[in-house]
Design a protein around this ligand. Structure first.
Ligand code: DGP
Length: 113
């Protein structure tokens, strides 16, 4: 989608540090890392948020979830990781292209701030 920063990353119109890519999914390093490993895992299809996922997105979103463990393993996260999908204003979703933060290599806090 025009004017979507993550679509531009997916289309290689702007640079990013991509660590995984296939026909449906891209994972790249977050510009403002909150942990030693902080990736954003995104579907190549533009979906604005978790609130916009429809049955037609089942294959893409299911595929993405099966890739999480592989991407985590590639980052040596055998000790664990956190997957976060900020959705909407109260969760501080700033980029309106659904993305999963994969955070790891430090002890997480609970509850999150
Ligand atoms: P969220 O608050 O959940 O919408 O997080 C959006 C994340 O996207 C935030 O952690 C910073 C990251 N981000 C924003 N713009 C860019 C960019 O151009 N490149 C990369 N790699 N990350 C970005």
């Amino acid at each position: 989608m025009k004017d979507c920063i993550f679509c531009k990353i997916i289309n290689k119109e702007i640079p990013s540090d991509i660590v995984y890519e296939d026909e449906k999914v891209v994972a790249f390093r977050d510009l403002e890392p909150q942990a030693p490993v902080h990736l954003l895992i995104v579907p190549k299809t533009h979906i604005a948020s978790l609130n916009d996922v429809e049955p037609k997105d089942l294959e893409t979103m299911g595929w993405l979830l099966t890739k999480v463990k592989e991407i985590a393993a590639s980052q040596n996260l055998a000790n664990g990781y956190r997957l976060v999908c900020n959705t909407g204003e109260d969760a501080l979703q700033t980029v309106k292209h659904i993305h999963f933060h994969l955070l790891g290599r430090r002890l997480m806090q609970w509850p999150p701030g």
